[in-house]
Design a protein around this ligand. Structure first.
Ligand code: NDP
Length: 296
């Protein structure tokens, strides 16, 4: 059984990203990332803090905008426009989810697609669907794919079942895995809450990717002997023995399936560290494209 070490692979991606950023800086271009947070959701605040810190560690120009929960749609659009126009900023992300009164889709559409390092703008979603490599691919699916390729796990001709069809994870990951070429060529099935007999579907898979948002939802009934498991889920469960009163677990019951897997990602320490590493990589890509003026 291979335990896929997301922290180690993320460290490798960050090292490569740092080298690319340094070579841009030698040409006088410092990659810039702007992260916008509206409201004070503690988990979102923690994500924004770690993105800002990672960007600073890599020597990026890092802009953190923390806005009150009552920020209006109009004011948020004005901030996005300001960042779009700022030549020192190459990547922009607005932390999800925003407060309920914000129309998130409109905010995403307002981001310049050349700066949309989250890959959620319709232009970038379309480019992914059309196999056009000039767009940006969402960070979590990109991270999942990199975990597989770095671990020497072949995808060509293999049956992959993704449980979850969100725009952030399941759907873009399916598009990536069905592309022609290295890291693609898989036979992909996407399951969701309306799928019937889920265990029959996942048991047929060589590779199971869980992006559900339900703690320990997939157990030994769902995973066949020798399968590869990628667990995207991050769920808080109560744990009085932990100083925080909770701990993080995946969508897969790790202990129940680990012995039957050929390879598996743990939670934490699997997909999580990859997401932030791919965000940094996408930001340097945005800066590189600006330099070589090969953007959209
Ligand atoms: P969403 O809630 O947007 O999507 C969840 C998906 O799971 C939906 O497609 C839903 O189906 C499906 N689902 C829900 N219940 C069932 C069920 N009983 N059987 C089968 N499918 C079901 O979540 P996200 O995609 O945003 O996130 C998924 C998980 O990944 C979460 O735990 C999240 O915290 C984590 N995550 C981790 C990241 C990381 O960096 N590691 C980044 C992003 C997310 P339906 O469409 O029918 O409702």
């Amino acid at each position: 059984m291979q335990r896929i070490d997301g922290a180690a692979i993320a460290a490798k991606v960050l090292e490569e990203t740092k080298t690319r950023a340094e070579s841009l800086r030698k040409e006088g271009l410092r990659p810039g990332l702007a992260v916008v947070l509206v409201g004070d959701d503690p988990a979102s605040r923690a994500y924004v803090r770690s993105k800002d810190k990672k960007a600073a560690d890599l020597g990026f120009h890092s802009v953190k905008k923390e806005l009150p929960a009552a920020t209006s749609q109009v004011d948020l659009l004005a901030i996005v426009a300001e960042l779009n126009a700022d030549p020192a900023v190459h990547g922009i992300l607005v932390q999800s989810p925003p407060p309920a009164h914000i129309n998130e889709a409109e905010i995403v559409r307002a981001i310049d697609p050349r700066k949309d390092v989250d890959g959620f703008h319709p232009v970038n979603v379309g480019k992914l669907a059309m196999d056009d490599p000039s767009g940006f691919v969402p960070c979590t699916p990109l991270g999942c794919l990199r975990l597989l390729t770095e671990s020497g796990i072949e995808t060509a001709g293999r049956k992959v079942v993704i449980v979850g069809r969100s725009l952030i994870v399941g759907k873009p990951l399916a598009l990536l895995l069905m592309r022609k070429g290295p890291g693609g060529d898989a036979t992909v099935t996407v399951a969701h809450s309306r799928s019937k007999n889920l265990a029959d579907i996942t048991r047929a898979a060589d590779i199971v990717i869980a992006a559900i948002g339900r703690p320990h939802f997939l157990g030994s009934d769902h995973i066949r002997e020798g399968a590869v498991v990628v667990d995207v889920g991050i769920n808080r469960v109560d744990d009085p023995s932990s100083p925080k009163g909770y701990r993080l677990v995946g969508d897969v019951d790790y202990e129940a399936v680990v012995e039957r897997c050929a390879a598996i990602t743990p939670v934490p320490g699997g997909v999580g560290p990859m997401t932030i590493a791919m965000l940094m990589s996408n930001t340097v890509t945005a800066a590189e494209r600006l330099r070589s003026a090969t953007c959209i």
